[in-house]
Design a protein around this ligand. Structure first.
Ligand code: 3PG
Length: 400
């Protein structure tokens, strides 16, 4: 169900679950992409004359009030982006929330305080969540689910509330589902999947689901060292998940059997260790099959950057999840930049490109790539991964 299914919303109290789980440095938001992504739904509802009551989580306060995880910086930034004041209720459904909602005029926006300050929100027990969700639902007439980043969770404010009110997906959730389905269900080929990030164990489901759908699997990031080791290479002190070696060997065999081209780096940027404390930034490029025993791989090398870029450009559909190296440090950011540039060039040549996952989305924005250089930048971290795994997502299922 989508916004249209909710009928005329003029004067209605519309409870919107958004994903405002943004990275913070103190009270400074370092990437406001998720707030911007919620604007189309909020603006549309205001234009329709609805009272927009937003709820969201920030971090994992584990059911306690943690002042550092207040949504105050989000209320402020959202107010700047909308050009109106966005009052923050001191609680999620208590006296202050009720008073602030009661005082709303049509078109007003109110943000409720971090839903995860309530222990019931994330309880695994549906009987604990249900009465709590009813208290939240009492604040609204209808419910709009627009926090794509949380649709893989069955929690009070995104899942149980949908059972208490007429419910529909917001514009962001609709857009995310369309984009990700386009890539996974009927991709124009060649379909290339680029995976990075530190751990292969986070990506097992995606690899398994895409090994018979993609034409090409390009692997970098910390997870690649488990692939290199599985091919019999030494990886020095690089990240390695020994317990996943057999699985990865199996993937390499399946890729070959299915005719999926597996693209691994041919050279690696290594360092004496992870740069921190006494360990300097002293990058050196070595062949991928000759990583010295005392060195740690932190990025893909220049030959691999060109190889990955070219493979991406030679595609009609590209899905990318996970950075290629420690992009936060300039000396190890070139691999991630090359992949981002590959997607930008592929988009310009008419391919459909998706950046999925929290880290890769932050990386493209922080490295200065234009948002419109990509067909779609997903706001989901775990949610977009689980979507790519082909899993049923409770926050979407409940809207059917
Ligand atoms: C995210 O950052 O991926 C979402 O906001 C979900 O957060 P969570 O993993 O803490 O549930």
């Amino acid at each position: 169900k989508t916004l249209k299914d909710l009928g005329d919303l003029k004067g209605k109290r519309v409870l919107v679950r958004a994903d405002f789980n943004v990275p913070l440095d103190g009270t400074t938001i370092t990437d406001d992409g998720r707030i911007k992504a919620a604007l189309p739904t909020i603006k549309t509802l205001r234009e329709e004359g609805a009272k927009v009551i937003l709820m969201a989580h920030l971090g994992r306060p584990k059911g306690k009030v943690v002042p550092e995880l207040s949504l105050a910086p989000v209320a402020k930034r959202l107010g700047e982006l909308l050009g109106v004041e966005v009052p923050l209720a001191a609680d999620t459904y208590g006296e202050d929330a009720q008073a602030k909602v009661a005082a709303m005029n049509d078109g007003d926006v109110v943000l409720l305080e971090n839903v995860r300050f309530n222990p019931e929100e994330t309880s695994k027990d549906p009987e604990v969540r249900a009465p709590y969700a009813k208290k939240i639902a009492a604040l609204g007439d209808v419910f709009v689910s627009d926090g794509f980043g949380v649709v893989h969770r069955a929690q009070g404010s995104n899942y149980d509330v949908a059972a208490d009110l007429p419910a529909a997906a917001g514009l962001l959730v609709e857009k995310e589902v369309k984009a990700l389905s386009k890539a996974t269900e009927n991709p124009e080929r060649p379909f290339t999947v680029v995976l990075g990030g530190s751990k292969v164990s986070d990506k097992l489901g995606v690899i398994e689901n895409l090994l018979d759908k993609a034409n090409r699997l390009v692997i970098g990031g910390g997870m690649v060292f488990t692939f290199l080791k599985a091919k019999g290479y030494e990886v020095g002190t690089s990240l390695l998940e020994e317990d996943q070696l057999d699985k990865v060997k199996g993937y390499i065999e399946t890729a070959e059997k299915n005719g999926v081209e597996l693209v691994l780096p041919t050279d690696i940027v290594v360092n004496p260790g992870f740069p921190a404390g006494d360990t300097p930034v002293a990058p050196e490029v070595v062949p991928a099959d000759a990583i010295p025993a005392d060195k740690m791989g932190l990025d893909i090398g220049p030959d691999s950057q060109k190889l990955f870029h070219d493979k991406i450009v030679d595609s009609k559909t590209v899905v990318w999840n996970g950075p290629m190296g420690v992009f936060e440090i300039a000396a190890f950011a070139d691999g991630t930049k090359a992949v981002a540039q590959g997607l930008v060039d592929a988009t310009a040549a008419g391919a459909f490109t998706i950046v999925g996952g929290g880290d890769s989305a932050s990386a493209v924005r922080n490295l200065g790539f234009p948002e419109d250089g990509f067909s779609h930048i997903s706001t989901g971290g775990g949610a977009s991964l689980e979507f790519l795994e082909g899993k049923e997502l409770p926050g979407l299922k409940v809207l059917e």
